[in-house]
Design a protein around this ligand. Structure first.
Ligand code: IMP
Length: 433
């Protein structure tokens, strides 16, 4: 029986994790977000309501599930407030089943301002949600944590110090003026804090002592991990499995018996700058973008699209020690006569079969493709493995053989009910609650 399930993005984010977490969290008592912040956009369609959750754990949509915002996240209280207000409007009650770590760092207005200024200078295409600067402050020991709001006087002086510091950066480095107002920031933050104060607690202790089934919901994807991804074209948190322990405050051993699932699209997308070996810039890329509706759920930006990169996917399997994959959006490939998959890279005249550490190397490699026959049949909404065209089955087998892990489930559309299990779960005693 799976008591701890981890769901991670196995590519560059936007793999469709929101829908999968929504689906599987029904079987769990607690769901946890543990890194990132409002840069994430987990889209879930329930009946006729569309939810895009940026900060809240997706499991909160189930009334019996407790949601946890753990310490590795950076939280913008304005975004949290608007998400919770939206839930209320849609009739979802969350009081007494949402906990927020007192150790989370706050994303403040000056972080968003800095994000914009940094992007103007030498941008990588961030979501402009202040994520990078909030983590910079955290690791530079200038951050403000939720627990700091308990003491208003101290909080006020921290805001004062930070605003003075940012003002200097604006004026001296960027020669820009700013409209940061200490009192406004102070008051607005406290108003939001007092609204949700009763949810703030020591989440790591709560989780350690809970003895309940838990689902850990990764945001972004492995290739955007600050250490394991395509640095510096990454987000500022550990969005691979590496972020689990520091993001929750739970010891690494806690996750030793967790079941690890990677979510991957049947092709590849990326938003923002950075190397993308299998990117298609011509007609085929446009065809994928249109068929897949590939526009960012947080920023609305068109996503870059390309063929499935199996070298990168195999790397994600290794980094996260994945037990299985869930494949999403296979139907987007329905109208392709031929489908390519990248099985190696060519670098300076030699073939390499590993994912390079350097983004500069990645920019210079050429993908080596294998071409598979398309199925030219509808797979959207199919309900049983028997309905899979032989060529689609072949495509899935190819992925499994290359990566060495089973594809356990297919998502066949955006709705909760559009999925099918492909495999008996490989570990005998694994059974979702
Ligand atoms: P940041 O996380 O806003 O600092 O952006 C850093 C990089 O990560 C940019 O390339 C973003 O497009 C990308 N990114 C951040 N969050 C997501 C996400 O949820 N999905 C896909 N890409 C993301």
């Amino acid at each position: 029986m799976v008591r701890k399930l981890v769901i991670l993005g196995a590519q560059w984010g936007d793999e469709g994790k929101g829908k999968i977490v929504d689906l599987l969290s029904e079987n769990f008592e607690i769901t946890v977000r543990y890194q990132g912040g409002s840069n994430a956009g987990h889209t879930v369609l329930v009946n006729n309501s569309k939810f895009i959750l940026h900060i809240l754990p997706t499991g909160i949509l189930h009334s019996h599930v407790t949601g946890v915002i753990a310490q590795g996240m950076v939280v913008d209280l304005d975004v949290l407030d608007s998400e919770l207000t939206d839930l209320e409007k849609k009739g979802i009650l969350y009081r007494n089943r949402l906990y927020i770590s007192d150790r989370v760092h706050l994303v403040m207005p000056y972080h968003k301002l800095l994000d914009r200024l940094f992007e103007k200078k030498k941008g990588i295409g961030t979501t402009l949600r202040g994520i990078g600067p909030a983590y910079m402050f955290k690791f530079g020991r200038k951050g403000i944590r939720m627990v700091d709001l308990e003491d208003e006087k101290r909080f006020h002086s921290l805001v004062e110090e930070n605003v003075a510091f940012v003002k200097d950066i604006c004026e001296k480095v960027f020669c820009e003026s700013h409209d940061l107002d200490v009192e406004k920031i102070f008051e607005n933050t406290l108003v939001k804090y007092y609204k949700y104060k009763d949810m703030v607690c020591d989440v790591s202790r709560f989780l350690l002592e809970a003895e309940k089934s838990m689902l850990f919901e990764g945001a972004q994807g492995t290739m955007l991990d600050v250490d394991m991804g395509t640095y510096p074209y990454v987000t500022s948190s550990n969005s691979s499995a590496l972020g689990l322990s520091n993001g929750t405050g739970l010891p690494p051993k806690f996750f030793a018996d967790a079941y690890m699932i990677g979510v991957a699209k049947a092709y590849t997308t990326r938003v923002g700058g950075g190397p993308f070996p299998t990117e298609l810039t011509g007609e085929e890329g446009e065809k994928l973008r249109i068929a897949g509706g590939e526009y960012g759920s947080t920023t609305g930006r068109p996503r870059r699209c390309g063929w499935l990169d199996l070298v990168a996917l195999k790397y994600a399997v290794r980094v996260n020690s994945l037990d299985g994959l869930i494949l999403t959006k296979l139907d987007v490939l329905d109208s392709f006569e031929e489908i390519k998959v990248c099985v190696a890279y060519e670098y300076e005249g030699s073939k390499i079969d590993y994912f390079p550490s350097s983004a500069e190397t990645l920019k210079r490699i050429e993908p080596v493709y294998e071409t598979l026959k398309g199925w030219l049949k509808n797979t959207k909404g199919i309900k049983t493995p028997k309905d899979l065209p032989a060529e689609a089955e072949n495509y899935i087998r190819f992925i499994e053989e290359f990566t060495g892990v089973p594809v356990i489930m297919l998502s066949t559309g955006p709705r909760r009910e559009e999925f099918l299990w492909l495999r008996e779960l490989p570990v005998k005693e694994v059974k979702f609650l």
